[in-house]
Design a protein around this ligand. Structure first.
Ligand SMILES: [Zn+2]
Ligand SMILES: [Zn+2]
Ligand SMILES: [Zn+2]
Length: 337
């Protein structure tokens, strides 16, 4: 018989199939051999094919939008939202709407078309993560913006339209619903118990010792008790923190170390799956910093969402998180980037 489990933050129920634990068959597989290199706009030497860069990691003597860079941040050529103009919130009958004001940026993570994040050195990933932080700081100065979502799609079935390594940053004029649910759940828990629910989750993971995959001085990674997807895993700072901007650079380096390690473990365990990850940060200028705790959720794309999930908001998970964590722990990793 399966188990019904409830997520302690948002109260979402999932069904965990504990009967067929460890049967990893039937997961989708995708070939990630590069095919678009010849016409890729993110490649080294084609800097003029993207909109002009916003920020880059490059030597002091090299010019913007020329070769020499190791990370570039550029506006999306086909943005979902645009930075120009006023929000102009309005009602149309019973409907609310506003202009599509926001920002949509691309972080080109490497000049090398063939290099994937799971194989980056710690230094390379550190440079990318520092850009995540500096873009948050910069976008927070725009008073129209309320939320910054940083995310990555890897592989076609996870929604990546460009195969060259990149992450995306979308800044929104409102706080998105999934984040609101987490904020409200966390505030409610804090009011009731006087503690951060995420800090309590970390303590519970230490007690249970079943779902932790790995940790370092500043971060821990585990497969959550009530995941939505098989092999879903989280990375969370050990010390309570609501904003990425609050994390010092030496701690950010340890984030690079653990993110690289988790992506590598997933790559080996699941034969190079497509995946998404996203950072759940507190909204810009959020004030209930004691109750919210930022984290990264990594979701390998192994199965499709189907009628039951769409119809209920429940999820059925075929690999229990303790089994997923055990498989992920078994991967041998060296300590060097
Ligand atoms: Zn490329
Ligand atoms: Zn906390
Ligand atoms: Zn979250």
């Amino acid at each position: 018989m399966g188990e019904l489990r409830r997520d302690p933050v948002v109260g979402r129920w999932v069904i965990v199939d504990t009967d067929h634990a460890g049967e990893n068959n039937g997961f989708e597989k995708e070939d990630h051999t590069p095919k678009q290199e010849a016409k890729c706009q993110f490649c080294y030497g084609r800097e003029n094919q993207t909109p002009p860069e916003i920020e880059a990691v490059r030597p002091k003597d090299s010019k913007p939008n020329s070769p020499g860079w190791s990370v570039r941040v550029v506006p999306n050529k086909f943005p979902a939202l645009r930075i120009e103009g006023e929000l102009n919130k309005r009602g149309v009958g019973i409907f609310d709407m506003s202009n599509g004001v926001g920002a949509h940026e691309i972080v080109i993570e490497t000049p090398d078309h063939r290099k994937v994040m799971a194989d980056f050195t710690h230094e390379e990933l550190f440079e990318v993560i520092k850009k995540f932080k500096s873009r948050c700081v910069s976008l927070s100065h725009d008073k129209r913006l309320k939320y910054v979502l940083i995310f990555k799609n890897f592989g076609e079935s996870a929604g990546a339209s460009m195969e060259h390594g990149h992450s995306q940053i979308i800044a929104l004029p409102m706080v998105p619903k999934y984040v609101l649910e987490e904020l409200e759940g966390a505030e409610h828990y804090f009011e009731y118990r006087g503690r951060c629910v995420f800090c309590d989750m970390i303590n519970q993971e230490y007690q249970d010792q079943e779902r932790i995959v790995t940790e370092n001085k500043d971060f821990i990674s585990f497969c959550p008790f009530a995941p939505r997807f098989s092999f879903e895993s989280w990375i969370i700072p050990k010390e309570h923190s609501a904003h990425l901007e609050d994390i010092s650079d030496d701690k950010l380096y340890n984030l690079a170390v653990i993110l690289k390690e988790m992506l590598y473990r997933l790559k080996v365990t699941l034969s190079d799956p497509s995946y998404n990850f996203f950072l759940h940060l507190a909204p810009l200028h959020y004030e209930h910093n004691e109750s919210y705790h930022w984290h990264i959720e990594i979701i390998p794309k192994l199965t499709q969402i189907a009628g039951f999930e769409w119809g209920t908001g429940f999820y059925i998970v075929s690999t229990p998180p303790d089994v997923a964590a055990k498989h992920l722990r078994e991967v041998h990793v060296t300590k060097h980037g």
